[in-house]
Design a protein around this ligand. Structure first.
Ligand code: NAP
Ligand code: G4F
Length: 327
């Protein structure tokens, strides 16, 4: 039975990837770091699954990574762990760089030392394009990161390519544009807005405070995107891809869609708060998915409108049943 090792399994993407790989018949091993309070809500439904295993360690501790790989001997490694919230990367740039940049190097070194035949996936990001040099963005578009997070992702991206070219490893990097879901963290703008719309509809909140409503993103649905990761590690040759929808919406259009889903007008409830503006903004992101279509036979299955409706419905269900946002 093929085995996969996932870092970041407690995160949005890690949890959907675990669902997918278990459905594909793999044995799944997820790296868990020690925390004072466990945050396993996205994978609680997998507890007790006979092919699902959790292993203690940390991306910052290379000995824990090599030990895990030696014990598990996986065929696939998906490196999804990161400090992934862009605003926090200005508040803690060194910590962000440690996990989001050096953590990638740690994982690559562990793979190189234990088994160079492991197929390795790195979670690269459209934040690397930052102040975009061309539109739409494709693999050859120059990077111009605008945050310590974006700079860290550029390091991880190039280190992945460097290990592929230096050591002949099957190492691929997926440049994924923003992707969201019912399991998205509450600090990200889509979930912040869908959670607020559901609570305002039920009279539990009055308003939501946001920053830049003009920013545009190419927003897709996370379960569609983990399918692209899986396809990337099953190519004949390692190759990087841009994964996106090829369509963009503004934060204002996001608000409009979420509040319309509960028959409200966002203009009555959205407040502007400069605390949510960033020291440097990424104003626009739009991905070119032609290569993913050709090379992976992949295309997004869920539209932006469908995704926002799903997220609002899930949040209404939580509010109506007094369930916490992280359930
Ligand atoms: P997420 O929900 O924030 O999950 C991040 C994961 O990383 C969590 O499981 C977290 O564990 C883990 N982690 C953080 N520091 C760690 C450490 N030192 N050791 C081990 N694990 C650690 O992120 P996501 O949205 O699923 O994104 C997955 C990956 O894709 C990230 O690398 C992100 O930067 C990248 N990405 C995301 C998007 C997007 O739109 N979602 C787009 C492009 C790229 P805890 O539960 O313990 O905190
Ligand atoms: O939802 P966001 O915080 O996502 P952001 O910064 O684009 O980063 C996400 O996508 C990246 C891929 O491009 C990932 F690599 C990264 O890990 C993460 O998953 O913000 C989206 C936009 C920004 O322009 C922000 O300025 O929404 C704007 N925004 C406006 N008001 C807000 C808010 N963002 C947040 N988080 N909170 C607000 O109140």
């Amino acid at each position: 039975m093929d085995k996969a090792f996932i870092t970041g399994i407690t995160g949005q993407d890690g949890s959907y990837l675990a669902d997918l790989l278990l459905a594909e018949g793999l044995e799944v091993h997820g790296l868990i770091r020690r925390k004072a309070s466990a945050s396993n809500w996205r994978i609680n439904h997998l507890a007790g699954h006979e092919r699902m295993h959790l292993v203690n360690g940390d991306l910052l501790d290379v000995s824990s990574l090599t030990r895990s790989l030696q014990e598990i001997r996986p065929k696939y490694v998906f490196n999804l762990a990161a400090q992934s919230f862009v605003p926090f990367s200005w508040e803690a740039p060194e910590a962000t760089s440690s996990v989001t940049a050096i953590g990638v190097l740690n994982m690559l070194e562990a793979v190189r030392m234990v088994d160079k035949d492991i197929r390795f996936y790195q979670a690269s990001s459209s934040e690397m394009f930052g102040k975009v040099r061309e539109t739409p963005q494709q693999l050859t578009t120059p990077f111009y990161p605008r945050s310590p997070y974006g700079v860290s992702k550029v390091f991880g991206h190039w280190m992945t390519i460097n290990y592929r070219e230096s050591y002949d490893m099957f190492a691929c990097s997926g440049i994924l544009f923003n992707h969201e879901s019912e399991r998205r963290g509450l600090e990200f703008v889509t979930r912040k807005v869908t959670w607020a719309a559901a609570n305002i509809k039920r009279g539990k909140m009055d308003s939501v405070s946001l920053g830049n409503l003009d920013a545009k993103r190419d927003w897709g649905y996370a379960p569609d995107y983990v399918d692209a990761m899986w396809r990337m590690l099953n190519q004949d040759e390692p190759q990087d891809y841009v994964i996106a929808t090829g369509e963009q919406s503004s934060v204002q259009e996001l608000c409009q869609a979420a509040f319309e889903a509960v028959d409200l007008n966002y203009e009555d409830h959205v407040k502007l708060d400069p605390r949510f503006l960033r020291p440097a903004e990424v104003n626009t992101l739009l991905g070119d998915i032609s290569e993913a279509g050709k090379g992976l036979d992949w295309k997004p299955q869920t539209s932006f409108a469908q995704m926002i409706t799903k997220m609002v419905e899930a949040d209404l269900h939580r509010v109506d049943n007094n369930i916490s946002w992280e359930t």
